[in-house]
Unconditional design. Structure first.
Length: 242
């Protein structure tokens, strides 16, 4: 396995492992974005080259938001406090963003706030139970540089499913990609589709979910029983005669 050493993230993305991750994600993104329409697609967080995952988007407009200004960033803002109206965005892409921040649930909750009903949420993450997770744990245990660079944690697909369910999402699909081991292997050609795998048999996954529509249930008022005007008054009757 290749060591990330002390190289910064930009150098890692240009190396064999980082390039493989970016290439497979770039091949997978168009598949995930194929049925995502609307006006605004928001990429929250920087991962690799600017906007490389949004090339296949079918939305009319694409915005790249990050906490610091860099090439390709169109909106500089805190990821857990976006300067956007609630229910205003059609789709959000979080490319490993939850693994790079201190409070991933806060960022996820903010994404849920700005997404409109039936809005699409797509999240990339590394599988902590794969060789990628084992390598990260080993690097941490022996005091070596973080692997992959700048990541603070890895979130399992199961935990992410629980979080999005709590925030009112239904999971549409989960695509597994990358091999279980972080080996260099053969890089796919630019036009190759990513090799899809079962999420638990992959080094990484892309979870795609939809924000549920809140429906209002009309509660009909109870019909009140007709009350007597005079207490003790005899009930009217249609009986005639003794």
């Amino acid at each position: 396995m290749e060591s990330s050493g002390d190289t910064p993230a930009t150098d890692w993305f240009e190396g064999p492992l980082g390039a493989r991750v970016l290439r497979e994600e770039a091949a997978l993104a168009p598949l995930a974005l194929d049925d995502v329409f609307g006006f605004e697609l928001l990429q929250v967080g920087a991962w690799g080259p600017a906007r490389h995952l949004l090339d296949g988007a079918r939305t009319q407009h694409r915005t790249f938001v990050a906490p610091t200004m860099s090439t390709g960033v169109t909106l500089c803002a805190s990821l857990d406090s976006l300067p956007l109206r609630s229910d205003s965005i059609d789709a959000i892409f979080l490319p490993h963003t939850l693994e790079l921040v201190e409070d991933p649930y806060a960022v996820l909750r903010e994404a849920a706030r700005v997404l409109c009903a039936e809005g699409c949420l797509m999240i990339c993450g590394f599988n902590p139970w794969s060789g990628w997770g084992v390598r990260r744990a080993f690097a941490e245990s022996v005091g070596r540089p973080v692997f992959p660079p700048q990541t603070q944690r890895m979130l399992s697909e199961r935990r992410l499913r629980d979080w999005v369910a709590l925030l009112g999402f239904d999971v549409d699909n989960v695509y597994g990609y990358l091999g279980l081991l972080p080996s260099k292997g053969r890089l796919p050609r630019p036009n190759d589709a990513a090799r899809l795998r079962a999420p638990w048999m992959a080094g990484a996954y892309l979870l795609k979910a939809r924000k549920r529509v809140k429906t209002l249930t009309l509660v009909r008022p109870r019909r009140r029983a007709r009350q007597r005007v005079l207490v003790g008054a005899a009930e009217p009757t249609s009986k005639v005669g003794p």
